[in-house]
Design a protein. Sequence first.
Length: 145
Amino acid sequence: MASTAFEDIAETFEFLDDWEERYRHVIELGKAMPPLDEAFRVPATKVEGCASQVWLLPRIEGTGPGARFDFQGESDAMIVRGLIAVLHALYAGLSAREVGQVDAAAELARLGLNDHLSAQRSNGLRAMVERIRLLAAEAAEAAAG
């Protein structure tokens, strides 16, 4: 159930020979993301459980069951900013309800990230996924109400 943008990342990973190249690609994805305005880097948007500073700002486009979940993110670490870009690609264009149906662990395993990230980074990635799922669930509730 991955988005086209995530499939593009998965395909690119298949063509890159080693993990150093893949890390560089993830960092480039992060550099291409628009920065999160400083005003949104506040405790309410901060993700706990990450070794780096991470902020996720949800956005809902539309109303009702067809409302689409989106988010902006920021980190003080380049690789983490890249991981935010990967997660954005994974969830791009999904409804708030569909976000909860994505098996993020399985999709990210296709990239081999868990095998090549430190334990702290893997924990942080899981924390970001959980935060995205929570934000989307809240958005789905609000859209339904």
